[in-house]
Design a protein. Structure first.
Ligand code: HEC
Ligand code: HEC
Length: 466
């Protein structure tokens, strides 16, 4: 009870503070894109024109003053470093006992993307999901995630070490390129060995933009995309990932995460709080600790039950859903936009769909009936053996991945300093990401590989402009 008041008080204080900040300076950085062409406005009404380090962190331009205040509150909690319980700042305690980072922004730095750990670094923006029995059971000792940090007195679960094997291959014209294949090992296992048949899936923290748009695309619309793909002869055959949605008590479209396992931004947020930070909430009331770990650890401090109050959870989800998409930058060196044409002709656009529409009813009214340009179909695709994690997740197989939206991809290096691509961050460049494509995308990868060097470069430049 006491802590509920505390978090509530903190939240009200923040709201008050934020309202005054909003009134003083609400128009920062929000201007219309230089080029009025609709296609450059990747997020439709959620587009902002920014080429700064803050490009992923700007609110949707249509937010009302009240919504803007809520966004600012959500932002503050997104960046809050939660602390070990019990603490004097009881509104912010409950971290761990095991965790990956102490804040959302610890992984989604600047609302952007994580990267795999460098040698000797603690893995943060890349986490390891665990299971046994084809993704259906938690790993018996460590649960569903292998945490790389812990509170005082609790062992760290493991450190993640990645060794890369360099693979050299050739384009159709004979020019060579290198791929970087990761091999994972888990060292310093704090609670003993992993089960012999443990399955694991490395996942990179993606950028957080335009999520409210993706949340409001109808299931029937996605089904029609899947039907369109099935009618093609290129081997592309995506499918909608249906998952259980506790908010409605029924099955919904999975949209978020690399395997589209979460149906809403709120669910993704609830699972992130509990799984990544160790902050329990009404949707995920228990920490990711196995019975075995509970025995070893004995009684543990907690920051209340739940540790995150519902209002705070919803404000963070609102913030996450209303982050804008930076406008596309034109490429003066490609005036005919040949790169964009090539993107379509080699078949990238069948999965990375340029244009989508939201439903006529939306969770945020301004997002109803909107046309936008995410470069995804939100469908699961078999991407072949080389990208497989062999760990099924809900209904997604060990070879299936959701097409990631390509919007903002050209801005990642500006926001995050570096850019690693694909679910495990193995690709150091856009070119490498493409050349890892297999399975349903093999046809498209081969078509790309057969382009002249000049055309490959124009296609890459086009992606860089997103
Ligand atoms: C340990 C690093 C880490 C932390 C901390 C973290 N995330 Fe994430 N986030 C990820 C990873 C990894 C994924 C992809 C998950 C998957 O594939 O299932 C992700 C995915 C997401 C997505 C879905 C994006 C998309 O395009 O599908 C949202 C929204 C999100 N996180 C919000 C949050 C919020 C809110 C918090 C804080 C409560 C948070 N995250 C904390 C690593 C992190
Ligand atoms: C069959 C569907 C499909 C086709 C066709 C396809 N992709 Fe992809 N693409 C995916 C999926 C799924 C992933 C994620 C794979 C992973 O992370 O393991 C992906 C990942 C990417 C990424 C990395 C994105 C990120 O956020 O890390 C880039 C860049 C990309 N694709 C570009 C292209 C280009 C360019 C083409 C055409 C040559 C293409 N793709 C064709 C489905 C497809």
């Amino acid at each position: 009870m006491n802590r509920v008041i505390h978090q509530g008080v903190l939240r009200s204080a923040l709201t008050l503070l934020c309202c005054s900040v909003v009134l003083l300076g609400c128009t920062r950085d929000i201007v219309s894109p230089e080029d009025p062409a609709e296609l450059l406005r990747l997020g439709g009404p959620m587009t902002v024109s920014s080429v700064s380090v803050d490009a992923f962190g700007l609110p949707a331009p249509f937010l009302s003053a009240d919504e803007r205040a809520r966004f600012v509150v959500g932002n503050a909690f997104f960046r809050t470093n939660w602390v070990t319980a019990p603490a004097t700042t009881t509104s912010r305690d409950g971290l761990g006992p095991t965790f990956h980072a102490s804040s959302c922004s610890g992984c989604h730095f600047k609302d952007g993307r994580g990267s795999p750990p460098e040698p000797g670094e603690i893995a943060t923006g890349l986490l390891i999901r665990l299971s046994t029995e084809n993704g259906t059971r938690p790993e018996p000792t460590y649960g569903y995630q292998l945490a790389t940090r812990s509170i005082l007195g609790v062992p760290v679960e493991a450190s993640v070490v990645i060794n890369y094997e360099t693979i050299t291959r050739r384009f159709a014209d004979g020019q060579t390129y290198e791929l970087y294949k990761p091999h994972f090992t888990f060292e310093s296992l704090g609670f003993g060995p992993l089960a012999a048949h443990a399955e694991f899936s490395p996942r990179l923290a993606p950028q957080m933009i335009g999520l409210g748009l993706l949340e409001n695309v109808d299931a029937s619309y996605l089904e029609s995309i899947a039907a369109e793909q099935a009618a093609q002869t290129t081997g592309v055959s995506g499918r909608v990932h249906y998952v259980y949605n506790p908010e409605t008590g029924s099955t919904s479209v999975g949209r978020f995460g690399w395997k589209a396992t979460q149906p809403t931004v709120l669910q993704q947020t609830a699972h992130a709080f509990a799984g990544d930070i160790g902050m329990t909430n009404s949707f995920v009331p228990e920490d990711d600790l196995t019975p075995q770990q509970r025995v070893v650890l004995g009684p543990l401090p907690n920051g209340g039950k739940p540790e995150i109050e519902d209002d705070v959870l919803r404000d963070v989800a609102f913030y996450s859903a209303t982050l804008s998409v930076p406008a596309r930058r034109t490429q003066p060196s490609d005036p005919s936009s040949r790169g964009r044409t090539l993107f379509t002709t080699v078949g990238c656009g069948s999965c990375h769909r340029e244009t989508m529409h939201t439903a006529s009813q939306a969770s945020i009214p301004a997002l109803a009936n909107v046309t936008f340009h995410p470069f995804t179909d939100l469908l699961l695709h078999d991407m072949g053996e080389e990208l497989a994690d062999n760990r099924p997740d809900v209904q997604a197989s060990g070879r299936e991945w959701r097409t990631p939206p390509l919007w903002g991809i050209g801005m990642i290096p500006i926001v995050n300093g570096k850019r690693r691509l694909l679910h495990d961050g193995r690709a150091r460049t856009i070119l490498e990401a493409i050349m890892w494509h297999g399975g349903e995308a093999e046809h498209s990868r081969e078509a790309f590989s057969k382009l002249s060097k000049a055309d490959r470069d124009l296609l890459l430049q086009f992606i860089e402009s997103l």
